[in-house]
Design a protein around this ligand. Structure first.
Ligand code: FAD
Ligand code: DLZ
Length: 510
């Protein structure tokens, strides 16, 4: 009997991945390859490339230790063709294999490549569903069918019931409600800092990868070292344990808080491990639930955290595959302004943006509210080019893969899908940033001012965004009070605001 080539992509590093389900240790070959095309289709942050290559190499070693044959192609191997497609075809030819098994990828463009494998001469190709997600494509389509509007909250409730997470013995949500957000999201008290994070001893494999990435990708945005990522499942499990014990108790309270110099606060930093396959969503949710049931963690924190994974993460993946490929082209506001240079350099007098870019450059990470309400909010208000903004988010974060990045950026942050993801744009003025962070204290602009010399640009831009897009937004029932406030403003005040906004935008944005 002929063996099979079993492809494992850089974000499929799970021993229970579908493509390994029925592997034959005698006959089959696992293919894992580092390729330039994947490392450069956007200019990924060096930490992201190093994390993935190091995790891929460690995963390959684990498979070999289990007795499997692994064909591991390094980026610098002389015969490396530079793409997944090229490496699959080369491996099939060189290993004389007539079967190819893969798990569906997380990006549409690669699924199109995989479709072409159906016609490789003499090869029987099977693309399997990615069973690591908690809602299959069919589950999501069934749920979405016939609904005029898709909303995460209702999807999430179904997922809670289906997986019996935080449900009581009568089948009702623990604590009498599905959502405790009202108890979460406190502004940061003075001096708020997060507990120390763990780090991991670098193996020889990781040190070699760091050297490789330093040589090949130092021209990409972002700092390679210090490098603290977990690169194996065991290390990722330590990250999970540390989060549950030390940080989850306060996760809900400070979920939306932003503090100067504190990139992480009480966030889990687990997204890159989840997305690469080192951790599984259900084990994380169960660990958080256990912590609540043991009395170590308040319900609002456990629920708020579980909702992000069982709700948001599964929901955005559902939206991505439901709406692609047209989704990537949506541009509801026809936003076309070029991405300002400060998204790369961090050189702007708007302290909040400089700080978010600094965290991103340093860690390949910034937490959700910085992504949404600082860099995302600014892009929305200023009408930055949707494609350029999406490309930025895909490049700069260690957890970024298009299935999760695109709905969050194009849909949630930019409202470029016209409301598929969110019921209204997450537009906010400087007052929100001032309430939820201590950034404004370090800023030369005044968050209370809108049109004066030192006025925070977010204020005029906020009203200008609403005025500019009135035709598209006034009918949104969630913006009734906002437009009522705008309507009440005197004509000359409105004109001044719009002039101020035009000045910010015209000046190359501060
Ligand atoms: P925590 O705050 O600790 O949350 C726990 C987990 O919940 C995360 O690890 C993540 O797996 C999940 N989660 C939380 N929010 C979301 C969400 N909105 N969508 C999907 N999963 C979520 N997340 C990515 O994983 N990859 C991306 O490329 C990405 N791009 C984003 C772009 C924008 C503009 C925005 C607004 C959000 C984006 N997110 C993305 C969602 C979210 O910001 C990150 O998942 C989160 O910041 C990761 O940090 P953490 O692990 O500390 O998360
Ligand atoms: C992101 C990434 C990078 C940087 N490099 C590789 C690689 O060399 N080989 C590989 O198999 N995967 C890599 N990846 C992850 C892929 O881009 C990812 O599998 C697709 O984007 C689908 O989610």
């Amino acid at each position: 009997m002929a063996g099979a080539l079993r492809l494992i992509l850089g974000d499929q590093l799970s021993h229970e991945i579908a493509s390994l389900a029925d592997i034959d240790a005698q006959l089959d070959v696992v293919l894992i390859c580092e390729v330039m095309a994947e490392a450069t289709y956007v200019r990924h942050h060096p930490k992201k490339i190093a994390f993935l290559f190091a995790a891929m190499r460690h995963f390959a070693a684990e498979l070999q230790a289990k007795g499997f044959t692994v064909r591991y192609v390094k980026l610098t191997d002389a015969a490396n063709t530079g793409s997944i497609d090229g490496e699959v075809r080369r491996a099939l030819a060189e290993q004389l294999l007539t079967r190819l098994v893969a798990t569906e990828p997380g990006e549409y463009r690669l699924r199109e490549v995989m479709r072409s494998w159906q016609t490789i001469d003499g090869v029987d190709f099977e693309m399997r569903e990615d069973v690591r997600f908690l809602a299959s494509h069919a589950d999501f389509e069934r749920w979405a069918e016939g609904k005029k509007q898709l909303r995460m909250e209702f999807f999430y409730r179904e997922m809670r019931r289906r997986y019996n997470i935080l449900m009581d013995k009568d089948g009702l949500p623990e604590g009498g409600a599905f959502n405790f957000d009202r108890e979460n999201r406190k502004p940061p008290p003075r001096g708020l800092a997060s507990p120390r994070r763990i780090s991991h001893k670098k193996s020889q494999i990781t040190r070699e990868v760091l050297e490789l990435v330093r040589q090949k990708f130092s021209g990409h945005f972002g700092r390679l070292e210090p490098f603290h990522f977990a690169v194996t499942r065991d290390e990722a499990l330590l990250e999970l344990q540390h989060f549950i014990a030390m940080l989850l108790p306060h996760f809900g309270d400070y979920q939306d808080a932003m503090v100067t110099g504190e990139a992480y606060l009480y966030h889990s930093l687990l997204s890159c491990y989840l997305n690469a396959g080192l951790l599984q969503p259900l084990e994380i949710c169960r660990a958080a639930e256990r912590a609540y049931r043991s009395g170590a963690v308040p319900l609002a924190s456990a629920e708020g955290f579980i909702r992000q994974i069982l709700g948001w993460r599964e929901y955005v993946r559902g939206i991505y595959w439901h709406a692609m490929p047209d989704y990537a082209k949506l541009n509801f506001f026809n936003a076309k302004r070029p991405l300002p240079e400060f998204y790369w350099s961090g050189e702007t007098e708007m302290f909040c943006i400089a700080e978010a870019v600094r965290h991103t450059h340093e860690h390949a990470y910034s937490h959700h509210i910085q992504r949404l309400m600082i860099t995302g909010n600014f892009a929305l208000l200023a009408g930055l080019d949707v494609e350029a903004v999406c490309e930025w988010y895909l490049a700069v974060y260690a957890d970024a893969f298009e299935w999760v990045e695109l709905p969050n950026t194009l849909g949630m942050a930019l409202f470029a899908d016209g409301g598929i993801m969110a019921s209204k744009p997450y537009a906010a003025s400087g007052k929100y940033i001032s309430r939820m962070s201590n950034f404004c204290r370090h800023c030369r602009f005044d968050s209370k001012e809108t049109t004066t010399e030192n006025a925070c640009p977010f204020n005029a831009l906020y009203w200008d965004f609403l005025a500019r897009n009135e035709r598209l937004l006034r009918k949104n029932h969630r913006l009734v009070y906002t437009y009522a406030t705008w309507d009440k403003m005197a004509q000359d005040a409105k004109e001044l605001i719009r002039k101020k906004a035009a000045q910010f935008l015209g000046d190359g944005m501060v």
